[in-house]
Write a protein that binds this ligand. Sequence first.
Ligand code: TMP
Length: 210
Amino acid sequence: MRGRFITFEGGEGGGKSTQIRLLAEALRTAGLEVTATREPGGAPGAEDIRALLVQGDVGRWDAITEALLHSAARRDHLVRTVWPALERGDWVVCDRYADSTLAYQGFGHGLATESLETLYRVVAGNFVPDLTIILDLPAEAGLSRAGGRGGGEDRYERMGLEFHRRLRDGFLAIAARHPHRCAVIDATGSIEAVQARVWAAVKDRLGLTA
Ligand code: TMP
């Protein structure tokens, strides 16, 4: 049986990587095979493209080039990692996916949703996540939480508060447009509290009985 594809979305500093790790553990405890992965990245070629996107000057790419780079990384990730894992029956949990392109390159940089949806269909056809968890918190809170991250991967964090406010509005608009696929989770509070909200949404939306 084909596995399930769960994506995590939201602004910076919402605790996505921690929550993904905890969800992957919980799914494994429930007896499922899990592949945890991320975008941009998640396959060798896509990780090379990631370095071009998350490092360097804020203005190094214009918005369309940036959307094309994210899309190229996505195609490589789907072909090399996500689709083979789903074919094996794994549950795939992914840190960011196509809603990040709609939010960052669309709501953030001003590209039209229709163009980005057309680009998405070239990359992925009719393939969509089974569930998208949107970790929601105010932009100010997220940026101050994300601030300490090392490794020079802070190109997007440096894009300014107004940009990050547009992202939050964007993710909430995407959730309102796709209510069956998306669950908006309050990302404020303790790690354990957020984890309980995520687990409740996964069980409820995907019919897990564990
Ligand atoms: P990360 O910080 O969650 O690892 O993601 C890297 C950055 O890439 C993050 O700031 C959001 C950005 N991004 C986009 O702008 N568009 C996309 O399509 C994806 C997947 C990520």
